[in-house]
Design a protein around this ligand. Structure first.
Ligand SMILES: *Cc1c(COP(=O)(O)O)cnc(C)c1O
Length: 406
């Protein structure tokens, strides 16, 4: 029999950048009874969550909710807007951007990949001017879509999406702008409408503080128009029937009812708190964690302080230290999960998540686990990062500590 007694006492510290720790309030909401997805009660839930998620994406346009992980919503964005052989311009900021490119290629799209010129691979955000130059050179307008990742979860680097929009406009290019904000949404500011994004892709288990299992496409009118002509095969992922039925709060197939309860609860929490206060909270946690990393004398994976991620911090290991060996010690000795290095950076770095249901003291505990584990692994630390983070948190009061009065 499977026994779930691996973590015998206290709480496990889930400090990976998704799935993130789920608030108890959300877990309790998930335990409501599963109801008839064609019944009257369901429509109220459906309409509520569809209205709430629009506020989170900062859009007045349709948001499609899929019972799938983020990868499904990646696929949905492409199959709804593109046709076989279409040329797409993708920017490789890290492992997730690379995986999206792989998915596009497997769908039969012609993916052209741009990346940071120079040796600091996977340490910078999207360079919008390079996209502008590339689009200007595409005088025939062969490129149908520009695909970028808002918060690259493999590295802890964000990208300036408004700048990418400006680059496309400056090149007077008709390409669609498709943005993966699977881990950025609800931790870093995101403006689907104001930034002129055509399809925004997100998922449940990162900033939205839900378990894995639902994902999103926020769409623009231009994307909906493109979906009418796009010929990549689509049925389950097709937006048209879903958008139509969503008008009355229902879905063509069975939605993920209990995760929608969770979504409703999480949106209440985020919106009651206020999105700006939520973003400030993650920014502050990220600052505290980065203070620790700097005082340890270690490098942060993101080489450009202007695009540090509020969601996670990538911690680079000194030459010769295996990041996964350090993670293993921290997991086995202190019951704390940290994110592994993915793809090209496997073994050279690990990731500390500061998203989901955290607070100053859960992050302090995670940093203490890191500091002890690094020392046990024989890493020479320049100073106490734990002390540095305590100093930061105690000298920078959180701007909003309590919920707004009802
Ligand atoms: C987590 C993540 C994905 C993949 O989503 P799944 O839910 O694992 O399918 C894609 N892109 C980014 C940026 C992510 O953080």
């Amino acid at each position: 029999m499977l026994t779930l007694d691996f973590h015998p006492t206290g709480r496990h510290f889930l400090q990976i950048p998704g799935p993130s720790p789920v608030p108890d309030r959300v877990l309790r909401a998930m335990s409501y009874p599963t109801i008839d997805h064609r019944g009257p009660e369901f429509a109220a839930l459906g309409l509520k969550v569809l209205a709430d998620v629009k506020k989170i994406f900062k859009t007045t346009q349709p948001v499609i909710i899929y019972p799938a992980s983020g990868t499904g919503a990646w696929e949905a964005a492409l199959v709804n807007t593109l046709s076989a052989g279409d040329h797409v311009l993708m920017y490789e900021t890290g492992h997730f951007a690379w995986l999206w490119q792989k998915l596009a290629t497997r769908l039969g799209l012609k993916a052209e990949v741009m990346s940071y010129p120079g040796s600091e691979v996977w340490r910078h955000g999207v360079q919008a001017h390079l996209i502008e130059e590339r689009l200007k050179a595409d005088t025939a307008h062969a490129i149908r879509a520009v695909c970028v990742v808002h918060n690259e979860t493999s590295t802890g680097v964000t990208s300036n999406i408004a700048a990418v929009r400006r680059a496309i406009d400056a090149a007077k290019h008709p390409a669609l702008l498709l943005v993966d904000t699977i881990s950025g949404l609800a931790s870093a500011d995101y403006c689907h409408d104001a930034w002129g994004v055509d399809v925004s892709i997100s998922g449940s288990q990162k900033g939205l503080m839900l378990p894995p299992g639902i994902s999103f496409n926020a769409v623009s009118a231009k994307a909906v128009e493109a979906s009418k002509k796009a010929t990549l095969p689509k049925s389950f992922w097709a937006w048209d029937e879903i958008i139509e039925m969503n008008k009355t709060g229902y879905w063509p197939s069975t939605p993920n009812t209990n995760l929608l309860y969770a979504l409703s609860e999480a949106c209440d929490m985020l919106l009651e708190h206020g999105l700006d206060a939520v973003f400030a909270r993650h920014h502050r946690w990220a600052e505290g964690v980065r203070c620790a990393v700097k005082v340890w004398g270690l490098h942060i994976q993101c080489a450009d302080p202007t695009v540090y991620s509020p969601v996670l911090t990538g911690v680079m290991m000194p030459e010769g230290v295996d990041a996964d060996a350090v993670r293993k010690i921290i997991y086995e000795r202190f019951d704390c999960s940290l994110g592994t290095g993915l793809g090209k950076v496997k073994g050279t770095m690990f990731r500390i998540g500061h998203l989901g249901d955290c607070n100053d003291l859960t992050l302090m505990a995670a940093l203490a686990g890191c500091e002890m584990g690094l020392k046990l692994a024989g890493v020479k630390l320049a100073g106490s990062g734990v002390q540095a983070a305590m100093d930061y948190f105690s000298s920078h009061a959180a701007t909003v500590l309590s919920l707004k009065a009802a």
